[in-house]
Design a protein around this ligand. Structure first.
Ligand code: SF4
Length: 227
């Protein structure tokens, strides 16, 4: 017999990534800022179960690209998949290859489609704030006015889409977040434990590899220590 689980574990095995302060990934905008800070200060290999979830998501993004480029789908034309991305500021850069981003043409209009896989679409009334922030970053960098957030249910391939229009104010807020992260890293100061402070984001702490560090560094949340 073969042990496929073991093969997958080896296939997806990754090294600890040592990161340089000043280079950030676009996906980090929606992540708890303290968690991103720890990835620089205390790098750990990505949890293997989490890697599997990412890998499954990536396979789904390929499926969406295949649908868009199919001859049977005439209303949308795939222009580019895995869109490269770079935004350079005075003392930091946001860059990366965006696996879940697809550029399409819908008639004469161009749009960026950001694909997100999800377990359950039933209770999804609106797009996630962090996904919208990410997409605003992409729209700005690619000078595209319209975006679509496409959520795809893993087990059924059912989907929900949300239309996003470029908004310079949201883009500026996104950049301010990166600026703050950059400053906290340079100063060696821990950011707020954002996800613990926000009831709607506390679920992020359940799969956070830095939960132990976070609770050790801040057993009780006293905002006065951070402001
Ligand atoms: S445990 Fe929660 S608040 Fe702390 S770093 Fe992780 S995600 Fe952020």
């Amino acid at each position: 017999m073969i042990n496929f689980d073991d093969m997958v574990d080896r296939f997806l095995q990754s090294e600890i990534r040592i990161r340089s302060i000043g280079r950030y990934y676009p996906s980090e905008v929606g992540q708890c800022m303290r968690k991103t800070w720890y990835t620089f200060r205390n790098p750990k290999p990505v949890d293997k179960e989490l890697k599997k979830v990412f890998e499954a998501g990536n396979r789904l993004h390929e499926f969406v690209a295949d649908v868009f480029k199919s001859d049977k789908v005439e209303e949308v034309e795939l222009v580019e998949k895995e869109v490269p991305f770079e935004l350079v500021f005075d003392d930091f850069t946001i860059s990366g290859r965006i696996d879940d981003l697809i550029r399409v043409k819908i008639g004469s209009r161009e749009a960026l489609v950001e694909v997100k896989s999800t377990k359950d679409l039933r209770y999804m009334e609106e797009a996630s704030e962090s996904h919208i922030m990410q997409l605003q970053l992409y729209l700005h960098a690619r000078k595209v006015k319209e975006g679509i957030l496409l959520y795809l249910e893993k087990n059924t391939l059912k989907s929900k889409t949300f239309h996003v229009v470029y908004d310079e104010n949201v883009f500026n807020q996104v950049i301010e977040r990166f600026r703050l992260l950059h400053k906290k890293l340079i100063d060696g100061k821990l950011p707020l434990p954002e996800s613990r402070l926000d009831q709607d984001k506390r679920w992020m702490c359940r799969s956070c590899q830095y939960a132990e560090d976070c609770f050790r560094d801040t057993p009780d949340i006293d905002l006065g220590n951070f402001l």
